[in-house]
Design a binder for this molecule. Structure first.
Ligand code: SF4
Length: 326
């Protein structure tokens, strides 16, 4: 098999990490490169293991996304997964992954679920884990009750798009990853691009994300904005928000990506070869970011451990991608 090449690309998560902390960005996109090999340099391997960690909220978001995708794939293939079966499977998966994470399986198999809370011994009360499970169940229940799902089911599956695809496209010479979770052409022949959300509103980040989908529609599918609706579906609340888009907002997104790419590339030792040097990526001075950073064990081992359950309350700035895949 040909060697993998660490090509430069852009995504909203990458943009987020870069803004949060340059050093973290270095670890995530350069330092951890190659760490999937079990016999990689120990530091590279450690960075790679840490890179894969997610907070419990991110984990819950991934479980919901996977479950929704399973349900849609089953519908596409002509059989229905009942709500009860999907919830039961997902809760079972959740229990299994939680145990595996608690037992540290991810150290040997980094692609398996590893929770930040286990790696860093953050004490979470049982009631909080149960609340997380309840949240996942609530999201799936709401999914089945969405009028939007009824609409999707009315549409022939060959009018659905994107399931299983990793969407990327070239934007001014850079590979940009920005694809919606799901899309379909509705009865009015409008393209509906759907973003399943399980956490809070992402604010400006969400706007950039949705704008990325609009660009995807334009660049990959050749569909003009007047025929596209961007739907943010908050599964926790069972609420659908339609985000209007026009050329002006799309231009804003283009400019955001353009500037972000330029800033990232300016940090590289050799932009053409995508080569980075750790010393050029400064550490954040905001220790609140460090506290919740996956790489704190390597980067700031002097930080005090999480000692009391109270440490969690109201203190956690949720990391990039919280409540959604990233
Ligand atoms: S511990 Fe702090 S300085 Fe180090 S990578 Fe993480 S956020 Fe950046």
């Amino acid at each position: 098999m040909a060697d993998l090449v660490n090509d430069f690309s852009w995504s909203r998560t990458r943009d987020h990490v870069f803004k949060d902390c340059r050093r973290r960005y270095f670890y995530q996109y350069y330092g951890a490169w190659g760490g999937w090999e079990a016999d990689a340099d120990p530091l590279v391997r450690r960075l790679y293991v840490l890179k894969q960690l997610g907070t419990r909220q991110m984990w819950a978001g991934r479980l919901v996304h996977e479950a929704v995708e399973r349900a849609l794939l089953a519908m596409r293939d002509g059989y229905a997964l009942s709500e009860a079966a999907l919830i039961e499977d997902t809760v079972r998966q959740m229990r299994g992954e939680w145990r595996g994470s608690r037992d540290g399986i991810y150290h040997e198999f980094p692609k398996r679920t590893g929770l930040f809370e286990h790696e860093y011994a953050v004490r979470i009360r049982d009631a909080e884990w149960q609340a997380l499970r309840d949240h996942v169940v609530r999201c799936l229940r709401n999914f089945y009750r969405l009028p939007l799902l009824a609409e999707i089911k009315q549409v022939p599956a060959d009018r659905w798009s994107f399931i299983e695809n990793i969407g990327s496209f070239a934007f001014e010479g850079t590979r940009v990853f920005a694809a919606p979770d799901f899309g379909f052409w509705n009865a009015a022949d409008r393209l509906q691009l759907v973003d399943w959300k399980t956490g809070g509103n992402g604010g400006e980040g969400a706007a950039i994300q949705l704008g990325g989908y609009a660009l995807y529609a334009l660049e990959v599918m050749g569909v003009d904005l007047p025929r596209v609706d961007l739907l943010e579906v908050n599964l926790g609340a069972g609420k659908v928000t339609v985000h209007p888009w026009n050329e002006v907002s799309l231009d804003r997104v283009r400019e955001h990506i353009r500037l972000s790419v330029r800033a990232m590339r300016a940090y590289l030792k050799d932009p053409d070869k995508n080569l980075a040097e750790e010393a050029n990526f400064e550490k954040s001075e905001d220790l609140r970011i460090c506290r919740w950073c996956n790489f704190r064990a390597v980067c700031r081992p002097e930080l005090p451990p999480f000692s009391k359950p109270e440490d969690m309350e109201g203190a956690a700035p949720l990391p990039p991608g919280t409540g959604q895949r990233s």
